[in-house]
Design a protein around this ligand. Structure first.
Ligand code: COA
Ligand code: AMP
Length: 635
């Protein structure tokens, strides 16, 4: 079918407010908006100002009221523990009503923050929805972060309550969450009133008297007393959640998501981008700790009346590289969303796709990839093996949904490998030079979005309007700076090529090299350091640290390097995948003292580079080259 994309995009451009007002008809509001868009509110305007609503009601209650009560809302499939459980919409409603009542019973009210530090178990999604139900603002922290990272988030969000589980499970090891949480709370200045803990059989967490509560006991007592929480009306512009993401310093940015705009954009995306109908099974193989998990494991599929899958496993090793196909076939998945790195891992284990042949994938229609640039090899491999279209799409924690993608529901556009396709309605993408002028078609520059941003995008950073403006709005007045560089071709296809800041993308996880440098600099023997992201065949990028030791340090270099690796794992977490620290005599710098990280990265990746005109001492680049060669790089 011919794509309606151009017509729809044009209709948005002609009249954005009518476009989003129409999309908003799919949401149940307890009071409609006074203004679809209020340009005078917030940093760049606010969507659905004056409207009142509840996100949990739209995700759960209304589907039960309208006959979807017996449909599966959530399927928990955990190959890592060998268990499965399905929740119908009615059962999910009972869970969120009860958990909402438990939280209210302990004094959690509208506007209070609740940290959710949980593995991929159904209780994590139930926790998010229960918070939404009572108007509390959740902040989910990914399980692969260490105590210090969790403490930073606790100090910024100041949660009244923390919801957690005794452990997460990684291949070959049980990660006990409770000691990490206890350490984080002891490190933070802000102390939550209570901790609600879900005991899992793989680890029994010890409880602190007077603070810690047992999930099952609390739920049972609320049930026996018949306590259920009603949906609390919130303003469309009230925060639904805060999700911390890497910024250019060690202090993460608290991305705020509102209730109204988020629901409208996410609901629109389910049919128009992912082309699924209510009732179909939609699977995002990610983690609730990331934005993909928030938007496409929890909120969007449920808003749209789909069945979502909570998958606790890995693409390989749980038990093998056929697990994705098993899940697709067993649960009749229509559309799947994951990161390219997962497919690279599967391709490495099963290059000929032999395991696919064991499964009936006849219900499967489309694969969507995001989180990092989808390399053409991976896309083509997946297309060939799965015999379905594979689409890359580009978005950020800040937006919560696609900036550029292929809107399959409007009729897919031809794929150009290496491009996530075109701007979605809501996004007026411009490629700018340093002076904020548009560059000619095909030329690379800073990918920017003309303000206002569409619904769902962050209105600000948590209690930090100044940092929001400085980080995103200041460099290019009138635009949102994505911090991605790239170009747009003559057909309007967007190409996202690199970050313009110190963020790297490791296995689809966004990490700050600046944050790692801050940690490494605390090692007593380190005088200075630089962390770069080196190309990696599996993870896309991996971090590499270069350290200059204090003069007079005469310990074994290998020992210091191992300590630095351990330090990053302890302070940031295993998710940083920081395994390579190299002592070097000096770091290459410009005459004004700026470390030439870009040049170091090119050397590590074996790319050609121009000698920077401002380099202080070119010999240092030879020293770096020699150290890298000694470690087998470029690979
Ligand atoms: N809790 C605790 N530790 C965790 C964790 C969690 N939730 N998630 C990951 N880790 C640990 C891993 O065990 C690993 O530890 P190790 O250094 O002791 O081996 C480390 O963090 C790095 O994890 P990861 O980068 O995920 O590497 P991996 O080798 O375990 O797995 C892939 C590689 C490709 C299979 C995996 O990264 C993957 O499935 N990626 C999908 C990406 C994704 O979902 N992205 C979200 C955006 S769509
Ligand atoms: P996150 O906020 O963790 O989702 O990471 C967002 C960043 O990941 C973007 O700014 C990009 O740098 C990168 N990214 C995500 N999806 C894509 C994609 N499809 N193509 C290229 N880069 C991507």
């Amino acid at each position: 079918m011919a794509s309606r994309y151009h017509e729809v995009y044009e209709s948005w451009k002609q009249d954005p407010e009518s476009f989003w007002a129409k999309a908003a008809e799919k949401i149940d509001w307890s009071k409609p908006a006074d203004k679809v868009f209020d340009p005078d509110a917030g940093a760049y305007g606010r969507w659905f100002a004056g409207a009142m609503c509840n996100t949990c009601y739209n995700c759960v209650d209304r589907h039960v009221e309208r006959g979807r009560g017996d449909q599966a809302a959530m399927i928990y499939d955990s190959p890592i523990t060998g268990s499965q459980k399905t929740y119908t919409y009615s059962e999910l409603l009972d869970e969120v009503q009860t958990l909402g009542a438990v939280l209210q019973g302990h004094g959690v009210e509208k506007g209070d923050r609740v940290i959710v530090y949980m593995p991929m178990i159904p209780e994590a999604a139930i926790a998010m929805l229960a918070c939404a139900r009572i108007g509390a603002i959740h902040s989910v922290v990914f399980g692969g972060f260490a105590a210090a990272e969790l403490a930073t988030r606790i100090d910024d969000a100041k949660p009244k309550f923390v919801l957690t589980a005794s452990c997460g499970i990684e291949p070959g090891r049980v990660v006990e969450y409770k000691p990490l949480l206890d350490e984080a709370i002891s490190l933070s200045k802000s102390k939550p009133d209570g901790v609600l803990l879900c005991q899992r059989e793989q680890a029994n967490a010890s409880m602190i008297e007077g603070r810690d509560l047992d999930w099952d006991e609390e739920m049972a007592s609320a049930r026996s007393e018949g306590r259920k929480a009603d949906c609390v009306d919130v303003a469309a512009t009230d925060p639904l959640y805060i999700l911390y993401t890497s910024g250019t310093t060690g202090i993460p940015k608290g991305v705020v998501r509102d209730n109204g705009g988020h629901m409208v954009a996410l609901h629109w995306s389910m049919k128009n981008i992912y082309d699924v109908e209510p009732g179909e099974v939609y699977w995002a193989a990610s983690d609730v700790g990331w934005v993909v998990g928030h938007s496409y494991i929890v909120y969007a599929p449920l808003l749209h009346g789909n069945t979502t899958i909570i998958f606790e496993g890995k693409p390989i090793g749980t038990p093998d590289a056929g697990v994705f196909w098993r899940v697709i076939s067993e649960h009749k998945v229509a559309a799947m969303f994951t990161a390219p790195t997962a497919f690279r891992a599967i391709k490495k284990e099963d290059p000929e796709g032999k395991l696919i042949k064991d499964y009936d994938l006849s219900n499967f229609r489309t694969l969507f990839l995001a989180g990092e640039r989808a390399d053409p090899d991976t896309i083509q491999w997946a297309e060939k093996q799965l015999e379905v279209p594979v689409y890359d799409h580009w978005w950020q924690t800040e937006t919560g949904w696609t900036i550029a993608g292929n809107p399959v529901g409007l009729g897919a556009l031809p794929v150009k490998y290496g491009s996530p396709t075109v701007a979605m309605p809501g996004y007026d993408i411009k490629i700018l030079d340093d002076q904020c002028n548009e560059v000619p078609t095909g030329e690379t520059g800073a990918i920017s979005v003309k303000l206002p941003l569409p619904p769902s995008c962050l209105p600000t950073l948590w209690q930090n309007d100044e940092r929001f403006k400085e980080s995103y709005l200041q460099d290019f007045p009138g635009y949102y700076m994505t911090s991605d560089a790239g170009f747009v071709d003559e057909d309007g296809y967007v190409y996202v090529m690199a970050r313009t800041d110190d963020i790297i993308n490791v296995a689809g996880h966004r990490l700050s090299t600046g944050g790692m440098e801050e940690v490494i600099a605390t090692h007593p023997d380190v005088a200075e350091c630089a962390v770069i992201g080196m190309a990696d065949k599996l993870k896309g990028q991996i971090p590499a640290g270069f350290i200059v030791l204090n003069s007079g340090v005469d310990r074994e270099m290998g020992d210091i390097e191992s300590e630095v690796v351990k330090l990053v794992r302890e302070k940031i977490g295993p998710v940083a995948a920081f395994k390579l620290a190299m002592a070097v005599p000096r770091l290459p710098k410009t005459r004004s003292g700026k470390i030439l990280r870009g040049t170091m990265r090119k050397i590590a990746d074996g790319e050609e580079f121009k000698m920077p005109a401002t380099i202080d001492d070119p010999v240092i680049l030879d020293e770096i080259t020699d150290v890298l060669k000694g470690r087998g790089y470029p690979a």
